[in-house]
Design a protein around this ligand. Sequence first.
Ligand code: K7E
Ligand code: CUA
Length: 661
Amino acid sequence: MLSTSRSRYRAGLVSMFCVAGLCCSGVLAQTMRDVEAVARERGLSTADLMAAAKTFVPSGEKDEYIMFASSGHAGHVFAIGLPSMRLLRSIAVFTPESWQGWGFGVGDDILAEGFPAGKPNLWGDTHHPALSETNGDYDGEWLFINDKVNGRVGVIDLRDWETKQILKNPLTLSNHGGTFVTPNTEYIIEGGHFALPWGIEHVPIDRYKEEYKGSVTLWKFDRRRGRIDKDQSFAIELPPYWQDLSDAGKGVSDGYFFMNSLNTELATGGTLEGKPPIEAGASRNATDFLHIINWKKAEEVYKAGKVKVIEGFPVITLETAVAENLLHITPEPRSPHGVDVAPKGDFIVVSGKLDPHVTIYSFEKIKRAIDNKTFSGADAFGVPILDFDSVVEARIEVGLGPLHTQFGPDGYAYTSLYLDSAVARWTLGGSYATGRREPSWTLVHKTPVQYNVGHIAVAEGDTVNPDGKYLVSLNKWSVDRFLPTGPLLPQNLQLIDISGSGTNMPVIYDMPMGVGEPHYAQIIKADKLKSWTVYPQVGWDPHTQNIHPMAPKRGNERIQRNDDGTVDVYMTVIRSHFKPDHITVKQGDRVRWHMTNLERAVDATHGFGVPMFNITASLEPGEYVMVEFTADTPGTFPFYCTEFCSALHLEMMGYLFVEPK
Ligand code: K7E
Ligand code: CUA
């Protein structure tokens, strides 16, 4: 037994090195012996060595892909390199983050834009990052992300990886169904989740059916300005089901989007009053409803002014949506979660958490049913129901707890199985079947993952042109996979090699994620990103992506006391000093502290930290930053550079003197 596995192991090693072109040299024998010794000592199998070879990125080499993963309750986005699974950085969005200086004097105004009813909310629950698309392919320019807890959407510029805008949805809280983009990023789709009265007014729960609302918001993205244009955006009222995830149509289904719902039973709980808990009430029916929304039609309706203004925001009412023929629903297996559109836009895959199948709808059939009005009735709100049998293409039993689906370039689809703790590979039919030996609409394989997978992400796997190669399984539980970390355990992000076919899809890397809980992620080919390495010019304001007129320049550093009692500090920053380095103000002064990092060298970032006043900033090369505060506490405060920027970094400081009144 041992000798068999040993010789198989040796054969594996030989073939590995043959590929590397080393097999004819005498070096090989020695190298193989060395590798074998290490492997034996560490108890590694050939599969382990192969996994290491597939994922190891040597020092100085770069990863092929970047995965942008939501961070869940950390309120950020993480960027992770693939295949190494190295965490490259986080991008602060809804939550203050001190390394980036986000929310400690910088970005405060952007965060404040998103405060619900103006109330400071300093955490977020990010779920679904969406890369901007051109013709259905990632273009590497923008990244959007939702905040489920307060119904907010963030916009990140991928030139400098900074958040530029946070928008609060005026109609609702909880937007689990966002963000998803249309194929040319015309709109960012922000779906809902829990039904709520408009504007979160107080309405007793017994008025649920009449006054609680579902909705979806279409935020118009202005690429030139790099901002969502609120004045060109609108929402569509939906029944008070709990709208879940959405996905935009593409190719043949461009112009539509699809959105799940749960709780079409309209369960409202009341456990203390002896009523069934919400989750029991909400899974009574065998089916819920897939929403099919014609957004191009909705855009026409909005532009024609057929909207009602609610909370200052234009809403296409449910009545109008039905009358204008832009909203249809069709049954879907109960308590669905993911809805995912195949690369050509022709199939829509829905997973019902409580149903072991994935259900595949045909867009062609949906279109025909809409045109021919093949309705099986209408729901309690008058929305026409497309007859299930006339729109379904296939159902495949994949396993327990199917959630989310992604696509490969080769006609394979992948579905996460939460309860099975596995990722299923199955085959698409139609034109995807050409040249593949497996039959269509068939489960091919299940790779176990550890454990309880939520989303999966395939490289460019939700575009019109999936790359395949890698799949990341974003597992909720890690249980026994890592060293103990107290009762709070990291999640486990597992990399799966999907470049093979059939049953060949091994797990090749485990990455503990000990910050927040990533939900969805998108994986983009790294060379599509055109990120800046330094800001284009000295004095650059990341907010306007232009030179700032107030940016301090070398030689005009000064402290200026204004007639209105405010003080402007103009300071330059360069290795390894601040100029000026003595700042004297009076107690109670309103201080605007302008700083320019004069550096042009890549990575020559300086930090700026002030004790007592809750201020920290990150000044990347060329960047202009302004922090504003009231010097309400008298005293002597050393401010200093917080990035270890040079050999004399520890000397890079200055004093802020606040003279008592
Ligand atoms: Cu399945 Cu919020 Cu997309 Cu988590 S969601 S897993
Ligand atoms: Cu600049 Cu440390």
